[in-house]
Ligand binder design. Structure first.
Ligand code: ATP
Length: 364
């Protein structure tokens, strides 16, 4: 898809998939040359990002977010699964590494705006190179210059900064250059791996607003990887939660973060101070919650983070209104425990358990 930087594309996300991840798995061999041991970093990941949609992938350190990003970016070879862009499985099309055609569909913005720009070159060099490699510079020298300036304006930078070196720019400005470099290629999907985590809090919001603008005005889809739930709520249409290499919950961001159903999501949410929720950050409650989760013997929280739910894998349960496309995979989930469906809510009593739940269970 090609889009002019000045054109305005419909703001609302369509339900047409831009990026589909199906059954993605990745194991890393460990223990040396003759070892057969491996660590499972990803398992059975299914995730769809529609056109003009931002999906946040959240999880704590080690949950597998970066491995997923690296597999999707073709920097790592998945053990199994499929990755489709516009319905075409790129793992089959680009057998060993990312092709130029693939790079023109999907671009990455990395965490470190300092490391991703070679200090020896002026900003103009990075953008001009992207335009040239992907043939997006236009026919004439004037057109290329116009395009360079347009890119700078789009990301909120002065055109005369094209002559600057990376060290002359602030972290936020450098991240904007990294985004401009990705935009130069006119990608359908941007994969942003913790793009604001190394930036000052004061400039983070500007970068998030820029990403929003690109979605709303150009219909670009984004996979936004972060451990910051507040920014996921602010930016992403939907949020998916990753725990020990598996997606355990997904839904519209506002609904999911207001009504977390998986104990892991509840732990993440409980760690975010929120003045809107009275007493939201209660360290005692959080400690109790973590203890309850860890004491459970029926799911991955039972001590071995690489172990799937002990006896059998949990299936997906719809949470609340189907319109919110909110689901959870957890044996502890009790649909009858109320709208929030909190996984750690106790067993239902005769009085709070709807007849329909009992019937559903009986007929299952
Ligand atoms: N090259 C590798 N070799 C062996 N194990 C790896 C390798 N890369 C990742 N892992 C393991 O895979 C799991 C997921 O790691 P990953 O870096 O994807 O997590 P993450 O959620 O991105 O964490 P962070 O936010 O700290 O980057 C971890 O247990 C990690 O130790």
């Amino acid at each position: 898809m090609s889009h002019s930087l000045t054109s305005t594309v419909a703001a609302s996300a369509t339900r047409t998939p831009a990026l589909e991840i199906r059954g993605l798995g990745k194991s890393f061999p460990i223990g040396g040359l003759f070892s057969r041991e491996s660590v499972r970093a990803l398992y059975g990941v299914d995730l769809t990002i529609n056109r003009g949609e931002i999906v946040a992938l959240v999880g704590e350190s080690g949950s597998g977010k970066s491995t997923l990003a690296r597999c999707v970016a073709r920097l790592e070879k998945p053990t199994c699964g499929a990755i489709l862009i516009d319905g075409v499985d790129i793992l089959k099309r680009d057998r060993f590494q990312a092709s130029r055609a693939f790079r023109s569909q999907l671009q990455m913005v990395f965490q470190d705006p300092f490391g991703s720009l070679n200090p020896a070159h002026r900003i103009e060099h990075f953008l001009r190179r992207s335009l040239a490699i992907h043939g997006k510079g236009g026919g004439s020298a004037e057109e290329t210059v116009r395009r360079l300036e347009e890119l700078m304006t789009t990301v909120g930078l002065q055109a005369d900064m094209l002559n600057s070196y990376p060290h002359e720019l602030s972290g936020g400005q450098r991240q904007r250059v990294a985004i401009a470099r990705a935009l130069a290629v006119e990608p359908q999907v941007i994969l942003a791996d913790e793009p604001t985590s190394m930036l000052d809090v004061s400039v983070r919001i500007g970068v998030l607003n820029l990403m929003r603008k690109l979605r709303d005005e150009q219909g670009i889809s984004m996979l936004y990887i972060t451990h910051d739930l507040a920014s996921a709520r602010y930016l992403a249409d939907r949020t998916a939660v990753m725990f020990a290499g598996e997606l355990v919950e997904e839904g519209e961001s506002l609904d999911l973060l207001a009504n977390p159903a998986h104990p892991y999501t509840q732990l993440l949410v409980s760690a975010v101070p929120d003045p809107a929720r009275a007493g939201s950050y209660d360290p005692v409650r959080r400690a109790e919650l973590r203890q309850a989760v860890m004491a459970s013997t029926t799911c991955a929280f039972d001590g071995d983070p690489n172990q799937a739910c002990s006896a059998e894998e949990p299936v997906r349960h719809q949470v609340g209104d189907p319109e919110n496309r909110h689901w959870v995979r957890c044996h502890l989930y009790r649909p009858w425990a109320g709208a929030a469906g909190h996984a750690l809510a106790g067993e239902p009593t005769q009085s709070n358990r709807p007849a329909s739940s009992a019937q559903e269970e009986a007929s299952a």
